[in-house]
Design a protein around this ligand. Structure first.
Ligand code: SPD
Length: 285
C-alpha cells in the first residue's frame, strides 16, 4: 500500500491478465476483520471515502450513485406498485437510500450477512448510510440465501447488491438462489442483481442470465458506468415474472424524482439494456 512517502490502494483486478487499479489515498480510516471478511474504509485523494471488502472496491463517495441509482430504479420504476422490497447485501446503505425515494415503497427489508459492514458504513459513510433509520426499513443481520427460502410470495422487488462471487457471496450466484428468489416474489415480482462486467466476466453474465431465461418470463441484462469498478462498467441481471422493462415502463413516473438523481433518467433506463454485439450475441436475451 505504500510507495515512498505516498500511500496507494491497489486492487488486483484480473490476476491472470496482470492488471491492477490504483488509487492514491490519504489514510486508512478503519480496518476490521469480521467473522466473514476484511472490511476497510479509506480516505482517498481523488474519490472521497471508499469502502473495500477483501481487497475489492465496493464503492466510493464519488461515483457510487451511478451504481446505486441503476440497481434500484430500473426494477422499482418497472414494477407497477413496488410496496414490499427486499435488498440482499447492500450494507453500506446506498441501495436502500435509492429505494426509499419511491413513495410506493412501504416496507424495505435489508438482509446483510455482516453487521460490521453496516456499522462501519454508519460510522464513516454517512452519505450512503443515512437511511437505516427510516421507519420503513427493517435490518436483518442474516444469511440472505437462508432468509430468501423462509419468505415465500412476499416481495414485489428483490435487489441483490452483493460483492463478487467469492467468499460469502458465492451462493448468491447459484441457480438455486434464483429459484428461491422467484419463490420469494409475488406473482408480478421483479429482481435485479449485481452481475459483474461483461468485459471481464462474460462467463458469469452468460450463466446468470441463463438462470433468468430459464426461470422468469422476462429476462434482461443492463449495465451502468462506474469508473472505480473493474473495466469501468458493471451489469445487472433483470428478471421479472410479468412486467417488461421497456413495454411496461412508464417514464412519467420518474418526473417527480428527476431533480434528485444524477445518473438515472427514463432514457438511460431504456438505453442500459442495449448491449454491445459480443455480449448480446452470446447471451441472446
Ligand atoms: N467488483 C465489485 C462489485 C461490487 C458490487 N457491490 C458493491 C456494493 C455497493 N453497495
Amino acid at each position: 500500500m505504500s510507495s515512498g512517502s505516498e500511500l496507494w490502494f491497489e486492487e488486483i483486478l484480473e490476476k491472470e491478465n496482470g492488471h491492477t487499479f490504483k488509487i492514491k489515498i490519504d489514510n486508512l480510516i478503519e480496518r476490521v476483520d469480521s467473522k466473514f471478511q476484511r472490511i476497510e474504509v479509506y480516505e482517498t485523494v481523488p474519490f472521497g471515502r471508499m469502502l473495500v471488502i477483501d481487497g475489492v472496491i465496493m464503492c466510493t463517495e464519488w461515483d457510487e450513485y451511478a451504481y446505486h441509482e441503476m440497481i434500484a430504479h430500473v426494477p422499482m420504476f418497472t414494477h407497477r406498485n413496488p410496496e414490499n422490497v427486499l435488498v440482499i447485501g447492500g450494507g453500506d446503505g446506498g441501495t436502500i437510500r435509492e429505494v426509499l425515494r419511491h413513495p410506493e415503497a412501504r416496507r424495505v427489508d435489508i438482509c446483510e450477512i455482516d453487521g460490521e459492514v453496516v456499522r462501519l458504513s454508519k460510522k464513516h459513510l454517512p452519505t450512503m448510510s443515512s437511511s437505516f433509520d427510516d421507519p420503513r426499513v427493517r435490518l436483518y443481520t442474516e444469511d440472505g440465501a437462508k432468509y430468501m427460502k423462509e419468505h415465500p410470495s412476499t416481495y414485489d422487488v428483490i435487489i441483490v447488491d452483493s460483492s463478487d462471487p467469492i467468499g460469502p457471496a458465492v451462493v448468491l450466484f447459484s441457480e438455486g438462489f434464483y429459484v428461491d428468489m422467484k419463490n420469494a416474489l409475488r406473482d408480478d415480482g421483479i429482481i435485479a442483481t449485481q452481475c459483474e462486467s461483461f468485459f471481464y466476466h462474460s462467463d458469469i453474465v452468460e450463466r446468470i442470465t441463463g438462470y433468468a431465461k430459464k426461470h422468469f418470463a422476462v429476462p434482461g441484462y443492463y449495465y451502468t458506468v462506474v469508473p472505480t469498478y473493474p473495466s469501468g462498467i458493471i451489469g445487472f441481471c433483470f428478471a421479472s415474472k410479468k412486467y417488461h422493462y421497456k413495454k411496461d415502463f412508464r417514464p412519467e413516473r420518474v418526473s417527480p424524482m428527476q431533480g434528485q438523481l444524477k445518473y438515472y433518467t427514463p432514457e438511460v433506463h431504456g438505453a442500459a439494456f442495449t448491449l454491445p454485439a459480443f455480449i448480446g450475441n452470446r447471451i441472446k436475451l
